[in-house]
Write a protein that binds this ligand. Structure first.
Ligand code: GRF
Length: 195
């Protein structure tokens, strides 16, 4: 049976593109859509390039609840089996998360976060990891629940710091690690190892 994936992203979309390309090489995985809330986001161009249909659901000027309702409607229409968040910058309401939650505490929504959770939840996680005393940052894939960046961890890897490195290079290495983690996640989806 085909596994329907919807990617949600707001920005540049390097993770989204990595998912489009990886899924394209795996017959069981179908990226049935990209949901984006930013009309000028580069990720929309990337979706076009890979033939993935985009659904622009602006978050500006509407409430969190209304935005969540519109996104839910679209995800149900697309028959999304998995919702992969890849830099989606609008917080979604609890009712959205409940719709896609499972009785075992997991959910059909997966997020990538650029730190070794539970360290550095929230925004600017690379910057805060970089500035901290810790010897490494990290990247985490986790199930989404109602608490920010707190759902069960699926995959996680450390990003060791390199002496003298600039923040831009640290982030670049982090992004490369993010892509590897999402590729591993897609293998888990195909092998139905996740639930
Ligand atoms: C990534 O660093 C991801 O971890 C965070 O948002 C960023 C999105 O980057 N949640 P990109 O748009 O996929 O390049």
């Amino acid at each position: 049976m085909a596994i329907n994936i919807v990617v949600m992203a707001s920005g540049s979309g390097s993770n989204a593109e990595n998912i489009f390309i990886t899924a394209n090489n795996e017959s069981k995985l179908h990226v049935v859509g990209l949901i984006c809330d930013q009309p000028k986001a580069l990720v929309l161009d990337r979706a076009r390039l890979h033939g993935v249909p985009s659904f622009l659901i602006p978050s500006k000027g509407i409430s969190r609840e209304e935005h969540g309702r519109l996104v839910t409607e679209q995800l149900l229409k697309l028959d999304a089996h998995w919702i992969l968040l890849a830099g989606y910058m609008r917080i979604l309401p609890d009712v959205f998360i409940k719709t896609f939650s499972l009785p075992n505490g997991k959910s059909k929504i997966i997020n990538i976060h650029p730190s070794l959770l539970p360290d550095f939840k929230g925004l600017r996680a690379y910057e805060r990891s970089f500035e901290s005393d810790k010897a490494y940052g990290g990247v985490t894939l986790h199930f989404v629940n109602e608490q920010l960046d707190s759902g069960e961890i699926i995959l996680q890897e450390k990003l060791p710091k390199v002496a003298g490195e600039k923040i831009e290079d640290f982030i670049e290495r982090g992004k490369a690690l993010e892509h590897v983690l999402y590729q591993k996640l897609l293998v888990k989806l195909v092998e139905e190892e996740l639930l």
